[in-house]
Design a protein around this ligand. Structure first.
Ligand code: SF4
Ligand code: SF4
Ligand code: SF4
Length: 179
């Protein structure tokens, strides 16, 4: 699939879209907008894996955890011919990463209200999700940030939207975005 998008169209496609999340290995957003031509090759490559990449209105790829999760296969990186997805260390070896991890909101987690759930737990191959019984027959759930790959598999499992995407600090505090 070939689709050419001008830089102006790409900027327009991004307007009003908060917290856009690009594929793993994406260069910084300003540079990305300069060099991604919206060809869709990465999206097609991901469709054969998990389908977590979708096109924004300008045809550029965004991560959509409602559609799937990332298995860090690197297919999107290898499919990109412009260099827009070569921003992560080790990316040539397919060792791609995301600049975020997940966090559980105690206010929204049903375990903290005394309701047995734990639907997220079995989704996590990294075993990054932890539970600890507390006084009052409630359970605190949390995600070990250092062990979370950001793959997104837990996100759609939560029936109460208790899991949020937290951007990793870049020389400052973490910034929370709604999942
Ligand atoms: S690394 Fe694989 S699963 Fe993840 S976004 Fe790229 S193609 Fe999709
Ligand atoms: S994003 Fe992936 S690694 Fe992180 S807690 Fe969820 S399932 Fe586990
Ligand atoms: S799936 Fe959601 S509500 Fe259930 S235990 Fe996990 S974070 Fe809590």
């Amino acid at each position: 699939m070939t689709q050419t998008v001008t830089r102006r169209q790409l900027f327009r496609s991004l307007a009003g879209q908060a917290a856009l999340r690009r594929p793993p290995g994406a260069v910084d957003e300003a540079r990305f907008m300069e060099i991604c031509d919206g060809c869709g090759e990465c999206i097609a490559a991901c469709a054969a894996e998990t389908g977590v990449l979708k096109a924004d209105r300008g045809g550029a790829p965004v991560v959509d955890f409602a559609s799937g999760h990332c298995v860090f296969c690197g297919a999107c990186v290898r499919a990109c011919g412009t260099g827009a997805l070569t921003g992560a260390e080790g990316v040539e070896a397919g060792e791609v990463t995301f600049p975020w991890h997940m966090e559980i909101s105690q206010e929204r987690c049903m375990e903290f209200s005394g309701i047995t759930c734990r639907l997220c737990e079995s989704a996590c191959e990294e075993r990054a999700i932890r539970f600890r019984p507390m006084a009052g027959h409630v359970t605190r759930a949390w995600i070990e940030a250092q062990e979370c790959s950001g793959c997104g598999e837990c996100l759609p499992r939560c029936p109460n939207r208790a899991i949020a995407i937290i951007e990793k600090p870049r020389g400052g505090a973490s910034r929370e975005n709604a999942a």
